[in-house]
Ligand binder design. Structure first.
Ligand code: PEP
Length: 243
């Protein structure tokens, strides 16, 4: 029997209304695999239509971000409340593109994580180092700081997505040994410092149908966060029929 994998599709700011409808309808055809929980995270404006389309399917809905306050004068932002009303179950938080392009700090990510949890959404907390930190051997310090600040104590259903920044959208993937090192480091750190024993550890960064199976089999991570390949039905067909 296969271990259930969590596959998170991060569509980022891609797809228009009609293309997203077509992709979702095609994805629904491949969503009968009991060994996979597939979470689709569209940009905010697509969430209502995607939410309607997946109602009777096994696909789960997620968002790519949320605001750290419940409600208020925050022009351009989206609340956890609305995401819940639209049937989102997950929210990606602390993605490196949010950290880079919107100056999100670990402290801000922490606030979002706390709010998401208190409102019943499952956060997918992204951590990852830059190429400079990897090359200078400083990467474990960076990841430790991110885990330490962003992950609450004693929260036992934590989903961590390890996404080295140098791997996102580049085609460069860490070795399985490097992914395993990070998985062990994350488990050990969260167990000892935060008393968290149930961790879902995902890998993200240039995952495609060619490398997915090997990464899953060799590292036994709990799933993947997928950007570019999640927009292509041929890729997702091969990935979602895993096992
Ligand atoms: C991402 O941005 O979360 C991601 C993993 O992107 P890609 O798969 O395109 O590298």
């Amino acid at each position: 029997m296969c271990q259930v994998k969590l596959i998170v599709s991060n569509w980022k700011m891609n797809l228009n209304v009609s293309d997203s409808k077509k992709l979702i309808k095609d994805l629904i055809k491949f969503s009968n695999n009991n060994s996979i929980e597939h979470v689709v995270c569209p940009q905010f404006a697509l969430i209502p239509s995607v939410s309607r389309l997946i109602k009777e399917s096994k696909i789960t809905l997620g968002a790519q971000d949320c605001h750290h306050e419940k409600i208020g004068a925050y022009t351009g932002d989206t609340s956890v409340q609305i995401l819940k009303e639209l049937n989102c179950k997950y929210v990606i938080l602390g993605h490196s593109e949010r950290r880079d392009y919107h100056s999100e700090t670990n402290e801000l990510v922490k606030k979002k994580v706390f709010l998401a949890i208190s409102e019943g959404l499952k956060p997918i907390i992204c951590v990852g180092e830059s190429i400079e930190d990897r090359k200078s051997n400083n990467y474990l310090n960076i990841i430790e700081k991110q885990l330490d600040v962003c992950v609450p104590n004693d929260y036992n259903n934590v989903v961590i997505a390890y996404e080295p920044i140098w791997s996102i959208g580049t085609g460069q993937v860490p070795t399985n040994k490097e992914i395993l090192e990070m998985k062990k480091f994350t488990y050990n750190f969260l167990k000892s410092k935060k008393r968290i024993h149930k961790v879902n550890f995902l890998y993200g960064g240039s995952v495609n149908s060619m490398n997915f199976h090997e990464i899953m089999n060799d590292t036994k991570v709990d799933g993947a966060l997928i950007g570019g390949s999640s927009l292509k039905i041929i890729e997702m067909n091969k990935i979602l029929t895993f096992c």
